[in-house]
Design a protein. Structure first.
Length: 635
């Protein structure tokens, strides 16, 4: 059975892991890294770069580079335009997932077709569905959508031999923030029992993370530069990209150092003027002053999650930090203040989510011991009723999967149909919550208001994706809808994008083969030019000119777009050089034989028995020897 992997599709970085021989293992990417930047670059030649290669192109071509796309997931109205073509967030995310799956297949030595993909716990239905669609576009069967804090707890629990208590997971990543509180029971000694994970509450903000701290630092540096030079770097794409890279690097360095130097020479060159440079020292205190309002936004979210779970600091056994931004000392200090606990640091916050997803994938494919995993829905779900009121069927933090039904009726006499308007959110007014979708139940027999009985059923699966059914109990007429969200993709659009992605995969494969052929042709041409030069005195003029012409043709062919034509030219050049090499070898062999005969006249030599005894025999190395002659010499 093909191995299923776990994928942490992050805002800043992504990671893929798999269970190998019972042990969750982070998979290295093609560049040798354990995490892959969530960046996609569309080159002018049509090549699509993902990860570290894309990140390197971001400074030179920021308008062709897409990053932090996770923040746009589920927003259908948002188009990402590159070189005149529009892409959805799902299509960009699919490129990242393709890269992760391809690297995993190379690492594992087998195709990767199944995956568990993680999302922030506070992702709504549209965002979860969009993530699932991205996996499908990437050619993956998405076994499960799992919350990132829950995945982190699975990874943490896997390392424990015995544990019982309440865990708080604080997850501050590049673009999103989540906090989850769950009960955990683990006893590895009792092999007949399952590990038990039950989420009690979750809360978060899908637009709060390290990117916001980066932006605050970028604005600070740009303001300082503008004060000194009168130039706003935010108006120059390339300068702004260099500033982003410097801000991210400085933020990382200040997690372990008290100060760092930012040095960007030739950052801006005014027309007709001298180049302008940015050079300054940034302290941790300055960074924390900029970051404090952002980090403080996580405080009420943590307190709300604790209130929903009905726990206080004294009830929490362990605190797990997830997400690269939790390396920041002031973030760790805030967690200590809120929980009274020293957070765990023995798990890499960049990798723990992918590891947990890999464990869940192994459980779903029956590769690992089963476990009970009870997650919750992050936001309340309900329908709009008369008077712009949201009637909640499934409150937030309800354990999933779950199914709830409720009876409604008509608001007007002889009403022939009803509209089911599905909402998600915490506001009492329907118009203030997020609309997930609408559908009509028609064919209701004429009747006074209040008489028809319309049963509405909400069914949430283990991925947190909602299916809604409405049935007229009088006639049995039924209508249902799988909520894909007003800002997500329709099934037809998903299928079209799957087909486009498959075409792109074939296109990318052709591009890789063409690039490989070009590289081989270039390397061969270089080597043969050197060989021609080395053998210049041994080649006739016509041979030299013929070979040089062949090499020139090879170089010209390597500039084309026909891989087969390049390879035919490689074979042709190799054949030409093979014939010349054979002639030179035969000439050299003849010369050596003639010289040996002249220098050993009347003298028995190797392979010559002097007419006595048997003829030559083949020795161990394939050399020709004469056993009798050698034995006589020994005497």
């Amino acid at each position: 059975m093909p191995k299923a992997v776990g994928i942490d599709l992050g805002t800043t970085n992504s990671c893929v892991a798999a269970v190998i021989a019972g042990d969750p293992t982070v998979i290295h990417n093609a560049e040798g890294g354990r995490v892959t930047p969530s960046i996609v670059h569309f080159s002018k030649t049509g090549e699509v770069l993902v990860g570290e290669p894309a990140k390197r192109q971001a400074i030179l071509s920021p308008d062709r580079t897409v990053r932090s796309v996770k923040r746009l997931m589920g927003q259908r109205t948002t188009a990402i335009t590159v070189d005149g073509r529009d892409y959805t967030p799902e299509q960009i995310s699919a490129r990242i997932l393709e890269k992760l799956a391809r690297d995993a297949a190379t690492y594992l030595g087998e195709p990767v077709k199944q995956a568990v993909i993680t999302v922030p716990a506070y992702f709504d239905d549209a965002q979860r569905t969009a993530t699932k669609h991205a996996g499908e576009i990437a050619g993956l069967e998405v076994l499960r959508i799992i919350n990132e804090p829950t995945a982190a707890a699975l990874a943490y629990g896997h390392k424990q031999q015995k544990m019982e208590g309440t865990i708080l997971v604080y997850d501050l990543g590049g673009g999103t923030f989540d906090v989850t509180i769950m009960d955990v029971e683990i006893d590895k000694a009792k092999t007949e029992e399952r590990d038990y994970y039950e989420v009690r509450s979750t809360a978060g903000d899908t637009h709060l993370g390290g990117d916001d701290i980066d932006q605050a630092l970028i604005d600070f540096l740009a303001d300082q530069f503008q004060k000194e030079h009168g130039v706003d770097l935010r108006q120059d794409r390339q300068a702004l990209q260099r500033l982003k890279e410097a801000a991210e690097k400085a933020k990382i360095e200040l997690s372990s150092a008290l100060q760092t130097n930012i040095n960007l020479p030739f950052l801006y060159v005014p027309e007709g003027g001298s180049p302008l440079h940015l050079e300054m020292t940034l302290t941790r205190a300055q960074l924390e002053e900029l970051a404090r309002p952002i980090v403080e936004r996580t405080r009420p979210i943590v307190l709300r999650a604790m209130e929903d779970a009905k726990v206080g600091p004294g009830d929490i056994s362990e605190v797990i930090l997830v997400g690269g931004q939790t390396r920041m000392p002031m973030v760790q200090q805030l967690v200590r203040e809120l929980t009274g606990k020293e957070p765990r640091r023995d798990i890499n916050p960049d990798e723990v989510v992918a590891v947990g997803a890999a464990i869940q994938a192994a459980v779903l494919t029956q590769e690992m011991k089963d476990m009970v995993l009870l997650d919750v829905t992050p936001l309340s779900l309900g329908v709009e009723t008369l008077g712009d009121v949201m009637d909640v069927l499934i409150p937030r933090n309800t354990t999933i999967p779950t199914r709830v039904s409720r009876i409604y009726t008509t608001a007007s006499d002889y009403q022939p149909s009803v509209e089911i308007h599905v909402l998600q959110g915490e506001r009492p007014r329907a118009s203030q919550n997020r609309s997930l979708g609408r559908f009509q139940l028609t064919g209701i027999p004429p009747a006074p208001r209040g008489m028809p009985r319309i049963e509405v059923t909400f069914d949430i699966d283990a991925n947190g994706i909602l299916n809604v059914t409405a049935e007229d109990k009088g006639t049995g007429k039924k209508q249902d809808i799988t909520i894909t969200g007003s800002s997500s993709l329709s099934p037809d659009e998903v299928q079209r994008m799957v087909q486009e992605a498959e075409a792109h995969r074939q296109e990318d494969e052709r591009f890789r083969r063409l690039a490989q052929a070009r590289n081989e042709a270039d390397a061969l041409a270089y080597q043969l030019e050197k060989t021609i030069n080395d053998l210049r005195d041994k080649l006739s003029e016509s041979e030299r000119q013929s070979l040089e012409a062949k090499v020139k043709e090879l170089r010209e062919a390597s500039q084309g777009d026909d891989e087969q034509a390049i390879r035919r030219k490689i074979d042709e050049v190799n054949q030409a050089f093979s014939e010349v090499s054979r002639r030179l070898y035969e000439a050299a062999s003849a010369g050596v034989g003639s010289q040996a005969a002249e220098g050993t006249t009347g003298q028995p030599g190797p392979g010559y028995a002097g007419g006595r005894g048997p003829g030559p025999a083949a020795g161990p190395g394939g050399d020709v020897i004469d056993a009798e002659f050698e034995a006589e010499d020994e005497k």
